[in-house]
Design a protein around this ligand. Sequence first.
Ligand code: GLU
Length: 307
Amino acid sequence: MKISKAAVAAAVAVALSLTATACGGKEGSAGDPQSVKPGQSNAPALPAYTVASDVTLDSPVLAEAKKRGKIVIGSKADQPYLGFEDQATKKRSGFDVEIAKMIAADLGFGEDKIEWKTVDSGVRETAISTGQVDLYVGTYTINDKRKQLVGFAGPYYKAGADLLVRKDETGITGPDTLQGKNVCSIVGSTPLQEIKKPQYGAKTTELAKYSDCVQQLLTNQVDAVTTDDSILKGYAAANPSKLKVIGKPFTEEPYGVGINKDDKALRDFVNTSLEKHVGDGTYKKIYEGTLGLSGSTYVDPPAVVRY
Ligand code: GLU
C-alpha cells in the first residue's frame, strides 16, 4: 500500500494532538471542563486498588496467569478517556484501563503484574479464544454472535453508536442524514455493521483503528466517523475546536469483559468483582476520573447478567 507524505504528516498530527491533550496538553483552555485530563491535579482522584492475596479459583486461565506471574490484559490504546496509551511514557489511562486494574487487583495482580496488549476490534475473539490475553477490557459490546466464541462478564457500562463530525458540519444531524456520505468505522465493530444497513444509504470506509478514522475526518477524506458515543466524546474532547459528536445514539452497546468461553469460574468471579465495586463506590470514582472528563455524565451501570 502506498502512503502519501501528507497522510503520514496528518497521522503524526493526530497522534501528537491526542497524546498532548490526553496528558494535559494544548486543546481546551483552563476552566473548560474538557481541558481536565485523567491524572491531572484538578481531575477527580482515581481509586487505589487493594491487591488480594491467596485467590483460589477453579479457573484454568487464572492458573496459567499465576504460573506466569503476570496477568495479560487486552485493551485499546487509541481511545482517550477509555483505553489510551501515551506513546511517550507508555502509560495507559482511561475507564477500561481502570476497570481492568480493579479486577486484576481482586485476582491478586497489582499494576506491576499486568502485561497490557493492544488488541483492536477485529481480532478480539481470536485473541481471547487462543489465550493471547487472559481478560479483554476494551469497549467490547456483549452480543449473542460473539458469545458463541467468547465469554462475557458484565455489562459494566452501556454506550450507544453515535456520529463524530467536523465542527463546521451542518448537513449531518443523525444517522438518517447519511445518504451518500462517506462514514468511517472499524472492521469487526458493531457500529460498522449497523451503518452498513441499506436504510442509511451511507458509503463506508473500513479501517482497523479508530484513530485512523479520526485522522481521515480531520483531513476531509470522510464525512463522519461512527462508533460508540463514549469513544467519540473522547476524540471530540481531545480536539474540541475541530470535532463534535452529534449526540443522538442509535444503538445499544453494553460493554462486557471478554473471557475464555469455557472459564465460567473466572467469568463468575469478574461479575462478583464488578458488583462489589459498584456497591463500594469504586466504580463511580473510576467513572468520574476518566469518562466523566470527556462529557459523559454518570449513570449507574446496568446489572450484571450471569449465565
Ligand atoms: N462497542 C462496539 C464493539 O464492540 C464498538 C467499539 C469497538 O469497536 O470497540 O464493536
